[in-house]
Design a binder for this molecule. Structure first.
Ligand code: SF4
Ligand code: SF4
Ligand code: FES
Length: 526
């Protein structure tokens, strides 16, 4: 652990880190463009120059490793002169685009200009070198060559992470520009990451451009539910609408990246199919009703069937889109409150879904298959339930986040479950299974609820509600607690934190964990 002094502050840092990382630990910013902790270090932008005592010249903070006794000055006159010079150089040919640039508010040229430069341009406007603007580079990436600072983060991402090399720097001198190869647009499943790492407005997202100024967006730390990897993300939202997902650094799960499928998956969570009220079947229609009416209807049915045919007449299917807390709450309701052992899980992925790759994407498109297994729930088990229906012993099914009709196909669903007396669907959307249901309870999608998912490697990560579910939809743990109360009059917790505590006490795999103790990177199952 070398000791060094940065701007008069003495700190001890781990061996092998660079000066940018060391300064960060001391709460000091060394401005930088080309350095990114997930990529190689080319040292090409020179924005990170700092003064290191005893070194004859200024040193680049990104490629200089810490050493015992180093004395570094990040705001000395020599450092400041270098920072101003680099910024003036970078801005010589930069267009006057800030008012119309989507990067405004999160642009490192704007920010560093204000913090480290703040001098008028000495370069005549008319002599700026013109380059390509608003070029559709492929895979939803818009390229504005004039705004680029040639840091080569994007080219390194495609060279080193996806190994597809779709972008390169062409030409020489002040005619240098980022571009695709002729006839070879960007075409890979991780392209959105170059938009995230571009420090300026040269690469922007086609879908997001001009939809929302970034300073209006709120951020909520969560997890992508697009597959069993469970990449850490930030949800960027405003007034109950999601505008974009951004990957959140997590060395145990996704490093700094996420896939484009996951990045754009929020669109499916905020469309017109969302359920906003409880429904019941009236003839051949589904009709809206209030929560008290819905709970009375569902609990009366459960009690009547239980009395008539025994507790095992009631079963549940828990979809692997459910959180650990939801699955645990429904498992307790079925086993302890109702007294049935008829539980199955559904971990279904569409046949056309992208297969496993060697970066992040997983073929299993459910975020919590491993969590359900860790809760001791059977993998699948639908055959057992179907036999119960065929034998006339299983009369009622509660389907939580389980679109059985889509998973099995309508014909098979009707063959296997068509003879049920009662189908109660607890879900977010008016899917095909809802159309077959006797009753539907509306619940929140994962950006609207608190809880946790366990990824395929056993990493338990926290998800947080960015905003409330739409209409009268409730978090599923609250819907289950209300149904339990209607059955036995016992108040149950509707707080994910508390349910996780009960779960950790009851389930050996979760022993010792707590929701708040998961931290930003999650924790491993036992
Ligand atoms: S497009 Fe962005 S990431 Fe790529 S070199 Fe230019 S500034 Fe850097
Ligand atoms: S790899 Fe899976 S979890 Fe990660 S962003 Fe893609 S879909 Fe989401
Ligand atoms: S960040 Fe050090 S040279 Fe670019």
């Amino acid at each position: 652990m070398p000791k060094l002094t940065i701007d008069g502050r003495e700190i001890e840092v781990p061996d092998g880190i660079n000066l940018i990382q060391a300064a960060e630990r001391a709460g000091i910013e060394i401005p930088h463009y080309c350095y990114h902790p997930g990529l190689s270090i080319p040292g090409n932008c020179r924005m990170c120059l700092v003064e290191v005592e005893k070194a004859p010249k200024l040193q680049v903070g990104c490629s200089t490793r810490v050493a015992e006794g180093m004395v570094i000055h990040t705001n000395s006159p020599r450092t400041k002169t270098a920072q101003k010079a680099v910024l003036e150089f970078l801005l010589i040919n930069h267009p006057i685009d800030c008012p119309v640039c989507d990067q405004a508010g999160e642009c490192k040229l704007q920010d560093y200009y204000m913090d480290y430069d703040a001098q008028p341009s000495r370069f005549p406007l008319g002599r700026k070198v013109r380059k390509g603007k608003a070029i559709d580079a492929g895979s939803g990436v818009m390229l504005d060559q004039e705004r680029c600072v040639l840091c080569a983060r994007c080219t390194r991402f495609f060279d080193e992470v996806t190994h597809t090399s779709e972008l390169a720097i062409f030409e020489r001198g002040d005619h240098c520009k980022i571009d695709t190869w002729p006839g070879r647009p960007i075409n890979n499943k991780y392209a959105g990451n170059v938009i995230d790492i571009c420090p300026v407005g040269a690469l922007t997202e086609k879908e997001f451009r001009f939809r929302m100024r970034v300073w209006y967006l709120h951020r909520t730390a969560s997890v992508c539910a697009g597959c069993e990897r469970g990449c850490s993300i930030d949800i960027h939202h405003q007034r109950g609408r999601i505008y974009r997902y951004k990957p959140r650094e997590n060395p145990a799960v996704n490093s700094y990246w996420m896939c484009d499928e996951g990045r754009h998956s929020f669109a499916g969570l905020q469309n017109e199919t969302r359920l906003v009220t409880a429904l019941y079947q009236d003839g051949d229609r589904l009709v809206a009703e209030s929560w008290p009416e819905a709970l009375r209807r569902a609990s009366t049915k459960i009690m009547a069937l239980g009395q008539q045919h025994g507790a095992n007449a009631i079963g549940a299917v828990i979809g692997a889109q459910s959180t650990n807390e939801e699955a645990f709450a429904l498992k307790c309701l079925i086993k302890d409150t109702i007294g049935s052992d008829q539980i199955a899980t559904l971990s279904w992925s569409s046949p056309g879904a992208s297969p496993d790759d060697n970066l992040l994407i997983r073929a299993n498109k459910n975020p919590n298959s491993r969590g359900l297994a860790a809760l001791g729930l059977p993998a699948d088990g639908l055959d057992g339930l179907a036999s119960g229906v065929a034998a006339g012993t299983l009369k009622m099914l509660i389907a939580l986040r389980s679109d059985l009709v889509r998973a099995l196909g309508e014909k098979t669903f009707v063959e296997r479950f068509g003879a049920l007396d009662y189908l109660l669907v607890v879900d977010t959307d008016a899917n095909q299974t809802c159309q077959m249901a006797n009753q539907v309870l509306p619940i929140g999608a994962y950006p609207e609820i608190d809880g946790s998912f366990t990824n395929f490697k056993g990493r338990v990560q926290r998800i947080r509600a960015a905003f409330a579910p739409p209409g009268e939809a409730l978090p599923a743990i609250e819907a289950i607690a209300r149904l339990g109360h209607a059955l036995d009059g016992v108040q149950r917790s509707v707080m994910a934190e508390q349910i996780f505590g009960e779960l950790a006490a009851a389930e050996p795999a979760f022993q010792g964990l707590s929701l708040s103790g998961l931290g930003p990177h999650g924790a491993d199952l036992r």
